[in-house]
Design a protein around this ligand. Sequence first.
Ligand SMILES: Nc1ncnc2c1ncn2[C@@H]1O[C@H](COP(=O)(O)OP(=O)(O)OP(=O)(O)O)[C@@H](O)[C@H]1O
Length: 447
Amino acid sequence: MDAKGSRRLGCVIWFGRPEARERHGLTEAGWQVRLADGDTHIKLREGGGIVVLADLRHGDARSLQAMQRLMTDCPGLPWIALVSLDTPARRPQVKRILQGCRDFFSAPLDLPRLLAALERADGMALRVAEAITDLPELVGRSTVVATLAASLRKYAPSDLPVLITGETGVGKEVAARVLHRLSARAIQPFVAINCGALPLNLVQSELFGHERGAFTDATARRIGHIESAAGGTVLLDEVGDLPMDAQTNLLRFLQEGVLQRVGSSQPIEVDVRVMAATHMDLEQAVEAGRFREDLYYRLNVLRLHIPPLRERGDDVELLAHRFLECFRERQACAARGFESTALRAMHAYPWPGNVRELRNRVQRAAVMAEGALIDTADLALPVNAQEHGDPAVTSLGVFRASAEREAIAACLRECRFNISECARRLKISRVTVYRLCKKHQLELRTP
Ligand SMILES: Nc1ncnc2c1ncn2[C@@H]1O[C@H](COP(=O)(O)OP(=O)(O)OP(=O)(O)O)[C@@H](O)[C@H]1O
């Protein structure tokens, strides 16, 4: 609130000519209105709090160039267009500006509705800006992400192992990288190893290295991934997929801080912080005898569980805007925002592939979208929220899709991402394996 008791909102940059009652209405509501025209040099402060109005009602094309410049220079700003029958909407320059706007108002201007749109746009811009400033890699404002960020700050200074759990695509590797960056080891290497994608016969040599002549193809000495992270951090992703013999050697390394390259009896001391990530239930794997209990306790000293995207409320929207922004920075595209139906569909969808799936869908939608706003079809999401929405009424279709995804993912891991083997075991064609991977946003990793 300011001295007069009215709420102080952000700043509206108005390209064009507001009527006196419009300008007054905005100021009364707490907005600071700045008029811009072709000659105005706009100096933006960092962060949100700014909404731009492209007033195209009077057919006055003087400031079109300045608008375009601002759109290009500051792609994250929210734009709203005011149009009338006089607006030359087919003119390429005007068309491009209209494509960049998230909301449109025609004459006569409905002031209360404009004020509501301004608040919405400002709120989202602010939240996106705030959400990416604290830990830039970790976008989100939900309690889930706040709790995660607090744990990351607590765990970072320590050298203890960290076990990171959570469904596929929730951001386990992102969390590990943040831990490394915040630690005293930040300038040393961070090495992520996907244990599930290592060929079975090479797991030991990939992790611990080998001496020349240790096996047929070992024509030269090679250091392993753990040694290559010396002084830094190693992330053992999908640690549950490590075969037993590698588990035994890893345990020894964790206990004694020394490793032996394959084909050598020489112990080598290596100072590395070990982090492990898994989407599987390691406790169950221990019970089933597939994972060494002593290794489990060695890895599970500090624990981070990252909940799925569907439990993070509005984060889905923040992340979607962020991914779209990143995409636009790299590639020209018409899409600048999302239709409200698309946002509703995103909130209702259960995101089995989590943040990775969201990023992939947004990128694809940005390519597909023909207008300024991405719609539900561009995202290839179900229109009917009920189909995926309320977890209590999850339909048979969702269970089927989820089971299909799990089956393919598990088989791919078991076959160490060998497509032909996976197709043979599931009794489907290789083409179908590829199609299903695409459908369920599963990554086909190569070692
Ligand atoms: N909070 C976040 N903010 C921004 N991007 C994120 C966030 N969480 C995840 N991502 C992005 O989502 C994608 C998947 O993240 P990541 O690889 O860390 O997931 P994961 O849990 O390790 O997946 P997997 O189990 O398949 O190895 C990456 O592109 C990552 O940058």
